[in-house]
Design a protein around this ligand. Structure first.
Ligand code: ASP
Length: 440
């Protein structure tokens, strides 16, 4: 039997009173759901504005010496509507006026943005009759602005040790001096993961407006299949390539603590969603591939040098040039006398000429440096690949049948993914070819 479930609800799940009611119904279905991490109210309809965006713009207006009041009135209306529609007892106006005064007083940008989840947490705690726990007291950032994981674990587990059902607002924490700081956008997922670890939850449920992950981008593949279960390692590979439902940094605390995450849909509460597990040990059937995602817009810097193989330290010197310019490299496929460095074209753009000149200096007259732009990288990820032979053969023959030229191949020894580089123009066709080969 499950004892402790931490639930996190995203902005669209908490956009109005109607959504609040759905959340309460979900909590009532399972008594172990005793901790709730809310986002700020999101969009109610396509053209609507997210409260967090409105708060950022209030801060900017005030910072530029302009009047932010009419913008803040939109924020206030979101909360007063919910409080009125749910007949809440809380005096939300008093809290709203405190926030308005804080913005006018020039409080920090992070503080302003964090009030979206703070106020939503107050409403939710009142609606459920649960305790409100201020995340500024439980989530700690160090003096450099990095999350202090150890201190956070100590503070949060202390605050929640009594097992009382609690609402802990997402997205922010504070430094030791009390200065509020937020995570990056979408960071309430991280708060949920930290709370799950602090209470040693059986499951971390992340409720959103989709029923989990899809095997491919629905803008490319028609009606892609849903992913029922995925391991944290696979998810890391897929989200690195752009599959976004769950904040990348949220994976680490729960993975480390051995807590599974379940992505669920607030609008379809009985749908099982996607289960993110540690290593899926008891599976009867493991699909060969779990998902296919990719990215356009890479540049390949190809370095040729006679007897490169004998020159110890050459690769390091090439990568050092990129490091000196603050560019992260994605892949480094190598040959005997050549190495390729794949970087995002966007990150290279500001210092492209300089980087190429410096790498050129390293090869001087005994080699060459060439550059190819417009490459896409596609990752086919699957824990099932380890158990089945011939996956790579199937993948490449599917590509060749679709007349796609493979520009780069990279498979880690973990056998968790196969990466292929193709021309940007072949990006969509490659994803479709691989999907149809393995999924049908
Ligand atoms: N409200 C914040 C954002 O819009 C954080 C979150 O929703 O997770 O980014």
């Amino acid at each position: 039997m499950l004892e402790k479930i931490v639930t996190k609800f995203g902005g669209s799940s908490l956009a109005n009173a109607h959504q609040f009611k759905k959340v309460r119904n979900i909590l009532e279905l399972e008594p172990a759901r005793r901790y709730l991490v809310p986002s700020a109210p999101g969009k109610r309809f396509k053209e609507d504005e997210k409260v967090t965006d409105l708060l950022y713009s209030c801060w900017t207006l005030n910072h530029n010496g302009e009047d932010f009041n009419s913008q803040f009135d939109k924020v206030a209306a979101r909360y007063t509507d919910i409080a009125r529609d749910l007949s809440l007892k809380i005096d939300i106006n008093a809290h709203l006026e405190e926030v308005r005064a804080g913005i006018a007083a020039g409080n920090s940008r992070d503080w302003c943005a964090s009030r979206g989840e703070y106020l939503n947490g107050l409403l939710m705690a009142d609606y459920l009759g649960w305790r409100f726990v201020d995340s500024a007291k439980g989530i700690r950032f160090d003096e450099n602005g990095n999350l202090d994981e150890e201190k956070t674990q100590e503070l949060l587990s202390g605050l929640l040790a009594d097992g009382v059902s609690s609402v802990i607002p997402g997205f922010f924490g504070a430094r030791a001096d009390g200065e509020v700081q937020t995570f990056s956008r979408g960071g309430s997922d991280i708060t949920g993961a930290l709370v799950a670890r602090a209470v040693n939850a059986d499951v971390y449920e992340n409720w959103t407006d989709v029923s989990g992950f899809l095997m491919a981008d629905p803008r490319i593949v028609d009606n892609p299949a849903e992913i029922g279960s995925i391991t944290y390692k696979e998810l890391r590979e897929l989200s690195y390539m752009g599959a976004s439902v769950f904040h990348e940094e949220a994976m680490f605390p729960v993975h480390k603590a051995g807590i599974p995450t379940n992505i669920r849909n607030t609008n379809k509460p009985y749908h099982p969603g996607t289960f993110i597990c540690l290593n899926a040990p008891n599976e009867v059937y493991v699909p060969t591939i779990t998902g296919i995602f990719g990215h356009k817009g890479y540049t390949v810097i190809s370095v040729e040098k006679v007897m490169m193989n004998n020159e110890i330290g050459f690769g390091r010197r090439v990568l050092q040039v990129l490091e000196n310019h603050g560019i992260s490299f994605e892949h480094v496929p190598t040959g005997i006398d050549n190495m390729c460095v794949v970087v995002s074209s966007e990150s290279l753009a500001p210092c492209r000429e300089q980087v190429l000149a410096e790498i050129g200096e390293l090869v001087k007259d005994s080699g060459s440096v060439t550059v190819h732009d417009g490459m896409s990288i596609i990752a086919t990820v699957g824990r099932g690949m380890v158990h089945s032979c011939g996956t790579a053969a199937r993948l490449f023959s599917a590509m060749s049948k679709a007349r796609i030229n493979v520009r780069m191949i990279d498979q880690g020894s973990g056998e968790l993914s196969i990466l292929v580089g193709v021309d940007d123009k072949d990006y969509e066709a490659t994803i479709r070819a691989i999907y149809h080969e393995f999924v049908g």
